[in-house]
Design a protein around this ligand. Structure first.
Ligand SMILES: [Zn+2]
Length: 457
């Protein structure tokens, strides 16, 4: 069993459930476990002794879409592609992703998946929760090949062909919930627990307005039977609130999920932008988790303030939503957007935001072995180089991490004791080749006439 020692000028630790930063420690990993945290240099097969490093538990990015958001990247900014100022989810992302899966070869889909996993790792994440269409199972292959901890969440829809018309109203065709659930079950059987347990399959009904009551109940029953978490999109905008209210006796999207028994500690709900204060109190009472992705909403002029959710007592974690896979950059945005939205400097502080991608995120998926650095924990680590000249002078490493650092300062990412990123580079891989192949495959989608039309003007 390989032993590996990593020096930490600063080490993020916990004492009685509260974060603390320790100075000048060594983390000793034995195989996939953390064996010890020591003050003296341990004997190990491999020693990483670099000054100025801040060693954190492997960061957890619990909401991302490598494929669908890559389709929109540098196309959808500055309001481009929006019709009647409506969300591009139903007008652009879902239809183009669906078409893309049809026209691309398995090799091209794999190239996109590899590019996404590379960006996630270089963005600092050791773990991702990734909802995606079941038609791109290559996401699992890429995560397994590249060693990332991967909560794969193949979508289940009542209406997989939801599209918005020119009026911005979403229309639903077909009812393929049972087909999707069968596809999900096949992927669960194939992948759950693969790659020494790094690959896990998450139940993933797409959203409240694309999944009917019977399907949501079936999803919850299946997930709880199998003991897997459930993730979905919730209250993404006012249209969804209006749709659910009209369909289900004036219920809000959160009340709809609660009615069906989904609001519970095993539910991770993305966005909750249009959730009312009462909805957030309900989610807090039920122990559900909000997945906060502030930058993708900032793109459209909407403030998704981490601090608003946290103020209601809901467990709130942070993900990148596929937009820009720099998780440290996302935390910086979560901080800034919260302070502006709440008009206060003290909200969404550095320890809270660090918790949101470490211990709190691990709690959200029921994994006490992740999100912490301690003897016996799983050896997932993210190491940030705080010796960068741009980060000087440095008094407080946690504030430096949130206020000043970004993906360029990611030094190492370690998963199950294996070094996947070292000195900021993906180990044993040709980054430029991975990016070129992934971009070429996305380019084939951009060349579709419907893509050109969607993104024009
Ligand atoms: Zn999403």
């Amino acid at each position: 069993m390989t032993t590996r020692a990593i020096f930490a000028s600063w080490l993020l630790s916990r004492r009685e459930g509260v974060q603390e930063v320790l100075r000048d420690r060594w983390v000793l990993c034995e195989g996939s476990r953390i064996a010890a945290v020591t003050e003296t240099r341990p004997v190990a097969d491999e020693v990483h002794d670099r000054p100025g490093r801040f060693v954190l538990p492997g960061l957890m990015n619990l909401h991302n879409h490598c494929f669908s958001e890559a389709v929109a990247r540098t196309h959808s900014e500055d309001g481009n592609g929006r019709k009647n100022n409506k969300s591009i989810v139903y007008t652009v992302l879902l239809p183009l992703t669906r078409r893309g899966i049809e026209i691309l070869s398995a090799e091209e889909r794999m190239a996109i998946a590899r590019m996404g996993v590379m960006q996630l790792l270089k963005g600092g994440a050791a773990t991702v929760m990734e909802p995606f269409r079941a038609g791109i199972p290559e996401m699992f292959d890429a995560a397994a090949e590249m060693g990332m901890r991967f909560y794969g969440a193949p979508y289940v829809f009542s209406t997989s062909n939801a599209q918005a018309g020119a009026d911005g109203v979403v229309r639903y065709a077909g009812d393929d919930g049972q087909t999707d659930l069968a596809a999900w079950t096949a992927l669960h059987q194939r992948w759950n627990g693969a790659a020494d347990g790094r690959i896990l399959v998450t139940m993933s009904p797409h959203a409240t307005d694309t999944c009917g009551p019977d399907l949501l109940r079936a999803c919850a029953a299946t997930a709880r039977d199998l003991g897997v978490p459930i993730t979905t999109h919730l209250a993404q905008g006012p249209e969804e609130v209006a749709t659910i209210g009209a369909r289900y006796d004036g219920r809000t999207p959160a009340e709809y999920l609660d009615w069906l028994g989904l609001l519970a500690p095993d539910l991770l709900a993305a966005h909750c932008i249009s959730s009312s204060d009462d909805d957030l109190r309900l989610m807090a009472a039920r122990g559900a988790t909000v997945l906060n992705c502030p930058r993708v909403f900032a793109r459209t002029g909407t403030s998704a303030a981490f601090a608003r959710f946290a103020a209601h007592g809901v467990r709130t974690v942070v993900g990148t939503d596929g937009y820009n896979l720099d998780l440290l950059g996302e935390l910086n945005a979560a901080s800034m957007i919260s302070k502006i939205a709440m008009g206060r400097p003290d909200v969404a502080n550095a320890p809270e935001l660090i918790d949101a991608v470490t211990a709190s995120a691990a709690d959200a998926v029921g994994r006490p072995d992740l999100g912490r650095i301690a003897a016996g924990a799983t050896a997932d680590l993210t190491v940030v180089d705080l010796s960068d000249p741009m980060l000087q002078p440095l008094y407080d490493p946690r504030r430096g991490l949130i206020a000043l650092a970004n993906r360029a300062n990611i030094d190492m990412v370690v998963v199950d004791g294996r070094v996947l990123v070292d000195r900021g580079r993906l180990v044993g891989a040709d980054e430029a080749a991975i990016a070129a192949a992934g971009a070429a495959a996305i380019g084939r989608i951009w060349d579709l006439p419907e893509a050109r039309a969607a993104f024009s003007g």
